[in-house]
Design a binder for this molecule. Sequence first.
Ligand code: TXA
Ligand code: MG
Length: 324
Amino acid sequence: MQTDLIPVTAADAEPRALALLEAGAAIALPTETVYGLAADATNGTAVAAIFAAKGRPRFNPLICHVPGLAMAGRLAEVGSVAERLAEAFWPGPLTLVLPLRSDSPVHPLATAGLSTVAIRAPKGVVGRLAEALGRPLAAPSANPSGRVSPTSAEQVLRGLGGRIPLILDGGPSSVGLESTIVRPERDRLVLLRAGGIDRAALAAATGLPVVDPAPDAALSAPGQMTSHYAPAGRVRLDATNVEPGEYLIAFGAGLVPGEEAAAGVVNLSPAGSLAEAASNLFAALAAFDAPEIARIAVAPIPHDGLGEAINDRLRRAAAPRPEI
Ligand code: TXA
Ligand code: MG
């Protein structure tokens, strides 16, 4: 299959995207978090095209992207806490896991048969296309399953070129990390995945405590597989030195001992900004995702604010890999 890559600003970009979505295709689209591989969430064949292009395990449910609260209310029961969160953060990097409505049009392949559905209103073209289509767009990150999430159109092309018909190029993703996933409850927020909106912002917007899922609730966010975002080489975290032959992902102004001898260095943010580091993280992992790069050391990243999400992604990139 030929994969066309065109700027999202081109006059024919949105009409072509809309025609492909109406025809049940899966196409790659920019969002503020990462690039998504989108298809009509109400069409089982279209959703299956996403799984096929990604090579993704089918039990893993997808996020449904909507223009805003009105469409969300047709898919799920939106309670008052969810409404407050949507008003505070949509459009933006927040996904809400809500009870599925009994008359929800979302195809069960997109929810993996769960009784809940994950919904987010992103910034930009995805919301406009969902509005024009009149239906939600299911979209996981536009990478082959288990690999680094793409934050540029070129990165999507490298991973999925030949497997999808169209990529809209919106430039580098501004947030650079996937959305925060929250399950709102009456008197608390359960943080299922750290992401582009940090704990403090969630608490401030609602006045509610933000708690972690119970440790045995491994399936509360079934996509949270341990190994993920993995480059080809082995990743060593919290490195306070660089060993011979290692590549280094650095953070902040200080030099890591041995850094001068590193095989290659990418600094996520020389100024020590966590927002800048978040936006550069996946590009750094992708830059070092090459067969000849066997070992990658990562300097310690502070854990506060967006550091929680950055460290979560790094732990998964470093986790032992299942052989698949
Ligand atoms: O920023 C993002 O969220 C990006 C962009 C494209 O929107 N999307 C993204 O999708 O990261 P994906 O498929 O890579 O991750 C979706 C996560 C998975 O961990 C999945 O298990 C979880 O959302 N999820 C989906 N539906 C769920 C549900 N009903 N309950 C709990 N977790 C759910
Ligand atoms: Mg993903």
